[in-house]
Design a protein around this ligand. Structure first.
Ligand SMILES: Nc1nc2c(ncn2[C@@H]2O[C@H](COP(=O)(O)OP(=O)(O)OP(=O)(O)O)[C@@H](O)[C@H]2O)c(=O)[nH]1
Ligand SMILES: [Mg+2]
Ligand SMILES: [Zn+2]
Length: 381
């Protein structure tokens, strides 16, 4: 048993690209001027843990500290530096170019580190290479950034759960693929708990999900008990890359990470026997650095639902052959269901397009049209 803090990545374990470093250099001069503070007090850092406390930042200089956000700090939320009025907050925010963008795990930030203070202040969230976002709320039009600068998303789905029929698994995996592609990360499907099924069942599930996910997406059956598939998972997260783990509570996300770490650093909990449901054991977003030659993965709380709202880009990236074929449909607004001259259905007939993928595409496209309409009644179905 080891502490999760032993495995928190340092700045050098994360991938901060040249664009982010130059954005930082520019932000640093601007912020130092606007706030009238020494340049050396502003450091480049990355958010490696987000929990109920202040975000934890690994800095380029090798430090690890908790940091409050400049906007909260300025708004007078209780912090170590005392209170400020809302008015002062606005001034600080505007003069310093603090844009109010909230940091998420994986974010690269400009952080103020003042000698003698153990708490930093996040002054700016730097441009994100990728941003994994989820719809939040009904009609509020808000998206929540669950993680930033992620290269690989592990879509975790347990095998051998009675309530998870193949259609349900397909639906969840299809949604996750769209979300992952939407943010620009590469998806990998990881089926956990393979030891609970016989090999034929495992093979069937893998085949079905491979067919759905299409070429170029790995589908890996794993077991934390037998070690099956773990090397394949490791191969998907080489050193220098950053992953996150996505799946329902109880899917075995933290257990998988512990197995990859080789120690029980992350808390796990038995699922409810009656229905295999998890207990929402993980409540924080915590990055862990895997042993060489692997990179970093963020453990995340289980997500119950994955609504798709405005993820058209992700849909198009997940089903490129369907989008490509649809350009040749006779009607621009072809639904690919019944129209004459539908190139997509022709593609299915001649075996170029998989019916399973088309079904998934149509269901998700329709869901997105319905959700868009509920937000904007002028959009017609
Ligand atoms: N048989 C078997 N059980 C597993 C495997 N992996 C995980 N489990 C069990 O599944 C249960 C839930 O695992 P967790 O790792 O806590 O699940 P989680 O996805 O992190 O759940 P949350 O933190 O609640 O989101 C635990 O009892 C694990 O022992 C596996 O490969 N085989
Ligand atoms: Mg967990
Ligand atoms: Zn068509």
């Amino acid at each position: 048993m080891s502490d999760v803090l032993d495995h928190i990545p340092g700045f050098g374990d994360l991938r901060v690209d040249d664009a982010q470093v130059s954005a930082f250099e520019m932000a640093r001069s601007e912020l130092a001027g606007a706030l009238d503070i020494p340049l050396e007090e502003i450091e480049l850092g990355a958010v490696v843990r987000l929990d109920r406390g202040f975000p934890m930042i690994a800095t380029r200089c090798g430090g690890m500290l908790r940091a409050e956000h400049a906007v909260d700090f300025a708004k007078g939320k209780p912090g170590k530096r005392g209170k400020r009025s809302k008015r002062a907050a606005a001034e600080v925010a505007s003069s310093a170019g603090v844009d109010g963008m909230l940091p998420s795990v994986g974010d690269v930030v400009a952080v103020r580190v003042t000698p003698g203070h153990d708490m930093g202040v996040i002054l700016r969230v730097l441009p994100r290479r990728t941003s994994f976002e989820r719809w939040r709320g009904k009609n509020r039009g808000e998206r929540q950034v669950l993680a930033a600068n992620i290269d690989v998303i592990f879509i975790v789905q347990p095998l051998g759960a009675e309530r998870d029929t193949l259609p349900l698994m397909r639906d969840r995996v299809a949604r996750s693929l769209v979300l992952a592609r939407d943010c620009g990360a590469d998806p990998v499907v990881v089926l956990t708990k393979a030891d609970r099924c016989d090999p034929a069942e495992v093979a069937d599930a893998c085949d079905a999900l491979r067919r759905l996910a299409g070429a170029g997406v790995h589908v890996i059956a794993t077991s934390a008990r037998t070690g099956e598939g773990l090397d394949e998972v490791r191969a998907c997260i080489p050193r220098g890359s950053v992953g996150m783990i996505l799946g329902e509570s109880g899917a075995g996300k933290s257990t998988l990470l512990n197995t990859l770490l080789g120690t029980d650093a992350l808390d796990t909990n038995a699922v409810r026997e009656r229905d295999d449901a998890g207990r929402h054991t993980t409540v924080a977003r915590i990055m862990v650095a895997l042993p060489e030659p692997c990179g970093v993965i963020a453990d995340c709380p289980g997500l119950r639902s994955l609504p798709l709202v405005g993820h058209e880009r992700g849909l198009a990236r997940s089903f490129p052959e369907i989008v490509e074929a649809s350009r040749a449909c006779r009607f621009n607004d072809c639904t690919h269901l019944h129209e004459p001259g539908c190139a997509v259905r022709e593609g299915v007939d001649c075996g170029e397009i998989d019916q399973t993928r088309l079904d998934a595409f149509l269901a998700l496209a329709r869901e997105m049209r319905v959700s868009a309409q509920s937000l904007d009644p002028d959009i017609h179905l």
